[in-house]
Design a binder for this molecule. Structure first.
Ligand code: KIV
Length: 267
């Protein structure tokens, strides 16, 4: 069993050119599988609002709900570095609120770090949370909590001005003490330039191969979420199909009195 990474270990991986793997998880068994697979880090993403709780977007999920799921993941993945996503409204108001809520993720959720969405505008809050002793992962590009402002789920950073803004965002987060930054849905060339320009790891999702690491949403990867699948998702399994087939078979066997046969009954 490998030992849990620390923030310096994660930064060192970038320096050594070792790619960082990250997968989202929302519950105990998934935490267990991810740890067994040896994936470096887990993100308890607020994507759980959609993938697990059935909301249309990430806005409605609460700190209590996020902590509930983070705790379950942490019980399943005791030796994996866990980052908890702070939900909308829990950090983007005041520094005090951000520190209080971020502390809850470490104390109650058993997370190792938190993730905040936003660039230059979130640098002050990032600095305050880091100064309170809480590691912060930034997140720029397509930031789902502000998708309405961005005009929908689409590629960010196209054009010189927008690309320049993302570069400034990444640098501001590094200066504010973030230990890494998620780059979501941006052209691969720009992601490469940002990765070169900063000393902290970039974790890409829809940002191409030049990032220092990659993250994907578990339910997308496993074929467990069929509302929409972004272009950048590579499906590695189709569990949804297998689950459906198993449930249909169970129903049929109950109706035909095939289940439970003798081997599943007591004499
Ligand atoms: O909530 C989430 O799963 C995320 C990833 C898409 C990076 O923020």
């Amino acid at each position: 069993m490998s030992k849990k990474l620390t923030v310096p270990d994660i930064i060192e991986m970038k320096k050594e050119g070792r790619k960082i793997s990250m997968m989202t998880a929302y519950d105990y068994p998934t935490g267990m599988f991810i740890e067994k697979a040896g994936i470096n880090t887990i993100l308890v993403g607020d994507s759980l609002a959609m993938t697990v709780l059935g909301y249309e977007g990430t806005i409605p999920v609460t700190v209590d709900e996020m902590i509930h799921h983070t705790k379950a993941v942490a019980r399943g993945a005791k030796n994996t570095f866990i980052i908890a996503d702070m939900p909308f409204g829990s950090y983007n108001t005041t520094e005090e609120k951000a520190i209080d809520n971020a502390s809850r993720f470490l104390k109650e959720g058993m997370a190792d770090a938190v993730k905040l969405e936003g660039g230059t505008e979130m640098a002050g809050i990032t600095r305050a949370v880091v100064d309170a002793g809480i590691p912060v992962l930034g997140h720029i590009g397509l930031t789902p909590q502000t998708v309405a402002q961005l005009g929908g789920y689409k590629v960010q950073g196209r054009g010189e001005e927008r690309a320049q803004k993302l570069m400034e965002d990444a640098k501001a987060l590094e200066d504010a003490g973030a230990f890494g930054v998620v780059l979501e849905c941006i052209p691969l060339g720009l992601a490469g330039e940002i990765t070169e320009a900063i000393g902290i790891p970039t974790i890409g999702i829809g940002a191409g191969v030049h990032c220092d690491g990659q993250v994907l949403v578990y339910n997308d990867v496993m074929g467990l979420f069929d509302k929409f699948t972004p272009k950048f998702v590579k499906p590695y399994a189709d569990l949804g199909d297998q689950i459906l087939k198993a449930l249909e078979q169970f129903k049929k066997e109950v109706e035909e009195e095939v289940f439970p046969g003798e081997e599943y009954s007591f004499k």
